[in-house]
Design a binder for this molecule. Structure first.
Ligand code: AMP
Length: 282
């Protein structure tokens, strides 16, 4: 696997692959790679001939009081994962390469950027869209892979690609979970042993909401309440939202349907976690 740190080297390497007629797959990440990332890498490996991964902890998507400086960084562990997964090229720019100065032009993702995640992390999704737009231009992949775990990010990227006619195909990959249902996340590393146990309440709550749906409940407030009850029962979890939403607009739904998304965000101690489940056909 080759690793490059500049956009110029990236462009040349991708161009060389493309000139051989190979389709380029791209997985953008912030590093601290885990089983969730691996699933995206494996999917890209299976579907494209040249897999590019970026590792860049993007300051634009962190609020002033968030964990930008604390965010886990593990370059040697990441390199092991990338080699094991057969990645062809790592693009790992530093801040000066990516944003020589803070970008003046940024993407505004409209109401998608102010609902749910956007309400609790103002500016986060605008920062995500801005960096993903830049990375998609730099890499120029046929297909780019994103996790369903960050469902609102996925919705923002899909909408950006549609609204602004990006030529890239966006591929959504299912959420990878620990054996007890907790969604794998780089931020799980922040949890103490005791917080790690309590964190399972997020997924248990979502499953309880899903169970209500399966049993015929069609009042969105009751489905949300079924989820909320279990999350709140876990002591000292600060629930930020439990919401049944449309997976494209992230607007609350009046009449639940298969495909709608039950999403949760909560703080456990200092750690903020998110998760979601999709209502399946009843
Ligand atoms: P991050 O490094 O956290 O920015 O994540 C990079 C990509 O990996 C994003 O598209 C995430 O949605 C995806 N991802 C993170 N955790 C998981 C998971 N548990 N399952 C599937 N995809 C994930």
């Amino acid at each position: 696997m080759r690793a490059v740190a500049t956009s110029a080297e990236l462009g040349a390497a991708v161009q060389a692959a493309r000139s051989e007629g190979v389709e380029v797959g791209f997985v953008p990440t912030m590093g601290a790679l885990h089983a969730g990332h691996r699933s995206l890498l494996a999917r890209a490996r299976g579907e494209t001939g040249f897999v590019v991964v970026s590792i860049f902890v993007n300051p634009l998507q962190f609020g002033p009081n968030e964990d930008f400086s604390l965010y886990p960084r593990d370059r040697s562990g990441d390199l092991d994962v990338l080699r094991q997964e057969g990645v062809d090229l790592l693009f790992a720019p530093d801040q000066a390469e990516m944003w020589p100065e803070p970008p003046m032009v940024r993407l505004d993702v409209g109401p998608l950027g102010t609902r749910l995640e956007g309400e609790f992390r103002p500016g986060h999704l605008h920062g995500v869209a801005t960096v993903v737009a830049k990375l998609l231009h730099q890499v120029g992949p046929a297909r780019a892979y994103f996790g369903q775990k960050d469902a609102q990010q996925l919705a923002v990227v899909r909408r950006m690609v549609a609204d602004l006619a990006f030529p890239n195909q966006i591929v959504a990959c299912p959420t990878v979970r620990e054996h007890d249902g907790l969604a794998v996340s780089s931020r799980n590393a922040y949890l103490s042993a005791e917080e790690r146990v309590r964190a399972t309440a997020l997924n248990r709550g979502l499953r309880s909401g899903l169970q209500a749906w399966r049993q015929g409940e069609r009042d969105p407030a009751r489905i949300e309440a079924a989820a909320m009850a279990l999350v709140q029962a876990a002591l000292a979890i600060e629930v930020q939202y439990v919401a049944l939403v449309d997976p494209d607009s992230f607007e609350p739904v009046q009449m639940p349907q298969a495909g709608h998304l039950l999403a949760v965000a909560a703080r456990i101690g200092q750690t903020r976690l998110i998760d979601n489940l999709v209502l399946e056909e009843a």
